[in-house]
Structure formats: structure tokens, C-alpha cells
Design a protein. Structure first.
Length: 296
């Protein structure tokens, strides 16, 4: 399947006014295909690997026969051995995943890589898809700090040389306008829509005013202490440990004096505020604070 057919399939899932709008929105420009295996090594500047907390690829011990090539490229991806790593550079972030599998398989790797829409701070991150791994994998942007659409800027994925398992993982790519983020960051993180704005424990009215200054749409999610949840699912060094549940809530139901628990990027131009009418008490006490659960 060529790159035009790949783009058409992606567009069929994300309707846009102009047939080229998705590719233009992501800054994608086709690169000349090269299917010939190439020998030799080449060192390039690579992006900083993502932290271990963001990396979790589901692995099955099932290897492909070793390939003879030390590099392989097609219209979607370039995979080559550089030092102790196999380095994959994404040339077309909208390509069918089979194009990526083709290149990895040519060098003896069993890698199923899926690119998913991500908020700006998560572009290049490996998205959590499993609970076990036996190897050091990383994603990123090359060169570090570049933006997709700039000449020479690529999403990258690295696999250690000698790894013989099966890798199933997802890599964050830029999202098209209106596309829901599958890998989202806090809305206050660098590069996100409320960068640097304090939101936690502030009244909804104050955070809403900050959002309106930036012409942002706001959706809401109510957060509650959940005594029926047997596991602690939120731990914060300042707030403590909590059993929490989350549910959508309409803007009409949210009081202006409710407190903001957190803020997330939802899609381009839209943030999601997690809110509660009263402070939530942690399961474990903090210094000077009694333990217990509120009934929010």
C-alpha cells in the first residue's frame, strides 16, 4: 500500500474539510521511498529517551529469524543499527502500521508500532500499553527539541541490539485539529495550553477566567473519594494517597466555587478540568492532617 492510500485510510477515520488537511496539520511531507537494504553505520543526534514511567511495551518471547541487513527503509520509516541500538526514524507518521512492521522485520525485529495522536508535551513519548518488558526501549524527537514538520525532524523509536522478543507499543504523534488526544499531558505542562498556570485547589471561576483569556473551551470531570475502590489509584507527595473515581459532569452542574483538582489537555483548544465541591481527604494522613474520606 503506497503513502497516498495510507493517508486516505487515515482520513476516512477523521473527516476533514480538505483531503490534505490532516497531512498539512501534522506537517507531514512525503520522503522518497528507498527499499534497498543498506550496510554501514551512521551516527546522528538522537532525542532524549522518555522516562521509564512513560514506557511500558507488552512483550511476548517470540523472535523472528535474525535479518542480514543492518538498515532498511521504505516510504514510512528508516530503521538502522547505530552502536548498541536499532534506531527507527518515522518518515510518515500517518502510514499504515504494516509499513513499519515491514522495515523492522527486514532487520530481524518483531515490532508492532502504532502512532497515536498526542498533546504537544507527549509527542515522541511511548504510550503505556502493557505491564512487562525485558529491554530498554525509548521514543523521542530527533534532533532534540525539534517540531514535526521542520526539515529533518523525525519521531524515533529505539530497540537494543540483541533483543529477540516481540514488541507491541504506541508512540505519540502530533494530533490533527479536533482529534482527541490518546496520549494527553497536564494542561499546565510546558508546551500545553495552560503552561505555567497554577490550577490545583483554585476555584473553578479563577481557572475558567485563565482559560477564557486563551480562548479555550472547557469540559468538566467530577472527582470523588471512592470507598468501594479497593486500590489506591492516586498518590501525590503533597496531597497524599487516595481511592478516586471520575465521572463526566456538565458545566451547569459545576459551581464557580468548586475546586480544581487537576487539568488535562483534551484536544486542540479544549482542556478538561477535574473538579470537586469540597477538598478531598487522603486515605493516609499527611503531617498535621487527620485521616479519613470525604463524601464528595
Amino acid at each position: 500500500m503506497n503513502e497516498i492510500e495510507s493517508l486516505k485510510r487515515m482520513r476516512s477515520q477523521i473527516p476533514l474539510r480538505d483531503p490534505d488537511e490532516l497531512a498539512l496539520a501534522l506537517g507531514w511531507q512525503p520522503e522518497e521511498p528507498d527499499r534497498r537494504p543498506r550496510a554501514g553505520l551512521r551516527r546522528l543526534l538522537v532525542g532524549v529517551p522518555v522516562t521509564a514511567g512513560l514506557v511500558a511495551a507488552a512483550l511476548v518471547v517470540s523472535a523472528l529469524p535474525p535479518g542480514n541487513a543492518t538498515s532498511y527503509a521504505n516510504s514510512a520509516i528508516d530503521v538502522r543499527q547505530e552502536g548498541g541500538d536499532w534506531v527507527a526514524r518515522i518518515k510518515d507518521p500517518l502510514a499504515e502500521r504494516e509499513k513499519y512492521r515491514e522495515a523492522f522485520g527486514a532487520v530481524g525485529l518483531d515490532v508492532d508500532l502504532l502512532l497515536v495522536p498526542a498533546s504537544p508535551a507527549r509527542v515522541g513519548d511511548l504510550v503505556m500499553t502493557g505491564s512487562q518488558q525485558s529491554g530498554t526501549f525509548s521514543g523521542g524527537l530527533e534532533p532534540e527539541g525539534c517540531r514535526i514538520g521542520q526539515a529533518g525532524c523525525h519521531l524515533t523509536f529505539r530497540v537494543p541490539v540483541g533483543f529477540e522478543g516481540r514488541v507491541r507499543t504506541e508512540l505519540g504523534r502530533p494530533a490533527a485539529p479536533g482529534e482527541q488526544y490518546q496520549a494527553a499531558a497536564h494542561a499546565t505542562d510546558p508546551g500545553e495550553m495552560l503552561q505555567g498556570v497554577p490550577v490545583e485547589d483554585r476555584p473553578v471561576s479563577q481557572v475558567l477566567a485563565e482559560a477564557r483569556k486563551r480562548d479555550l473551551e472547557v469540559v468538566y470531570q467530577r472527582v470523588r473519594n471512592d470507598p468501594n475502590n479497593p486500590e489506591i489509584n492516586f498518590i501525590d507527595g503533597k496531597k497524599g494517597a487516595f481511592h478516586l473515581s471520575y465521572e463526566p459532569v456538565s458545566a451547569a452542574e459545576v459551581g464557580q466555587d468548586w475546586l480544581v483538582w487537576n487539568a488535562w489537555s483534551e484536544r486542540d483548544g479544549v482542556i478538561r478540568l477535574q473538579v470537586t465541591p469540597k477538598p478531598l481527604l487522603p486515605v493516609t494522613p499527611r503531617p498535621g492532617v487527620e485521616s479519613g474520606n470525604s463524601h464528595n
